[in-house]
Design a binder for this molecule. Structure first.
Ligand code: GLY
Length: 357
């Protein structure tokens, strides 16, 4: 098992990465000074079927009294109505101030359970067990929690750091291939923006990653968490530097939004966004043609889309870009790449971004 520490002063926490860690959650809670008693597990209808029994068993054998709350799977349930359902079930289940709230699932479960943990009784200890590659390399670091509002994604939320995170790489075996590949987009993102070594390693060992080689997955996920931790440690609440993690996301979010979140998985939209951001960077003289080609080639080899579908190019997409919630003074803080591991921000108007589409 590997351990990554996210250093945030009194809110610091460890991330454990390895094989078959699901059965260790009970003893891990004990090792983190939890004394037994109520432990709440929030999961969804798909992940719950696969892993809830294992988590319940480890909790029971470590002296906990588990309460499991299931929400339906899917982003469309990440809203205030289902959050209210979650609050009701947890309060009916007699949670107390010291009850650990464990999120077992992907991004939706983590975001909702995290927000419930941040707000119930002004803060319950939160534990994350992310079961998708995307949640393992992104949501497990940095404490972003939220639910969606009809006016936009993640509009209601809080920064709330977990006590610890358990990443069991074996859970990736039950993840649909398309979702695994979409998660790889964020892995590749860390290589582009933060580490030439990681990018090269993925280029060289992509087939082993796609075959879910556990040792390589452990190393790559640990490395992504370490890289993201360095960013979050410098700018926990995204006042500036943390925005580099939005590489590929400006266009990615616009593509998701103009297709009503139905056509692309998040990672797929981000892959197109990364190919575009690298193209824009090259055209503006910030990076070489080689950087652009290597990024496109690796994304394609991983099985990710890199081109904007023709029917989506046009004013509608520009409108999608213009509604970016991170817009300031009519401009977007667009993340550009200079070289692998080296980025810069360009303040760009939507119109100007549109000229590179
Ligand atoms: N998902 C980007 C961040 O955590 O800041």
């Amino acid at each position: 098992m590997e351990t990554v520490t996210v250093n945030l002063g009194s809110r610091s926490y460890p991330i454990f990465v390895g094989r078959n860690l699901l059965s260790e959650v009970g003893s891990m809670l004990r090792a983190q000074n939890f004394q037994g008693g109520r432990a709440a597990v929030v999961t969804d209808s798909i992940v719950g079927k696969l892993y809830r029994d294992r988590v319940v068993e480890t909790l029971k054998s470590a002296g906990f009294d588990p309460l499991v709350v299931e929400i339906p799977a899917g982003e469309e349930h990440k809203n205030l109505a289902w959050l209210a359902f979650l609050y009701d079930k947890l309060i009916d289940g007699r949670i107390e101030r010291r009850t650990p709230l464990i999120a077992l699932g992907g991004g939706v479960v983590g975001d909702m359970a995290g927000f419930a943990a941040a707000t119930l009784q002004r803060g319950l200890p939160f534990v994350q067990i992310p079961t998708t590659l995307l949640a393992q390399v992104d949501a497990s670091v940095g404490g972003k929690t939220a639910v969606n509002h009809s006016a936009g994604k993640n509009l209601i939320g809080a920064f709330y750091q977990p006590r610890f995170v358990v990443i069991d790489v074996e859970t990736l075996r039950s993840l649909p291939k398309r979702e695994f590949v979409a998660g790889l987009a964020e892995v590749i993102k860390y290589g582009v923006i933060l580490s030439a070594d990681l990018f090269t390693l993925i280029e060289e060992h992509l087939p082993r990653l796609l075959q879910l080689d556990a040792e390589l997955l452990t190393f790559v996920i640990k490395t992504c968490c370490q890289l993201k931790a360095l960013v979050v440690e410098e700018d926990e609440t995204e006042s500036d530097y943390r925005a580099i993690l939005n590489f590929g996301h400006t266009l990615g979010h616009a593509l998701e939004s103009v297709t009503a979140y139905k056509q692309f998985l998040h990672g797929e939209a981000v892959a197109i966004g990364m190919a575009f951001a690298t193209h824009l960077s090259h055209k503006r003289g910030l990076c070489s043609a080689t950087v652009e080609q290597r990024v496109r080639k690796l994304l394609k080899k991983a099985g990710l889309p890199v081109d904007i579908p023709k029917d989506l190019k046009g004013d509608y997409l520009l409108f999608g870009l213009a509604t970016d919630k991170k817009m300031a003074g009519g401009k977007v803080k667009f993340v550009c790449v200079e070289d692998f591991g080296k980025t810069c921000f360009e303040m760009l108007e939507t119109k100007e971004i549109g000229t590179y589409l």
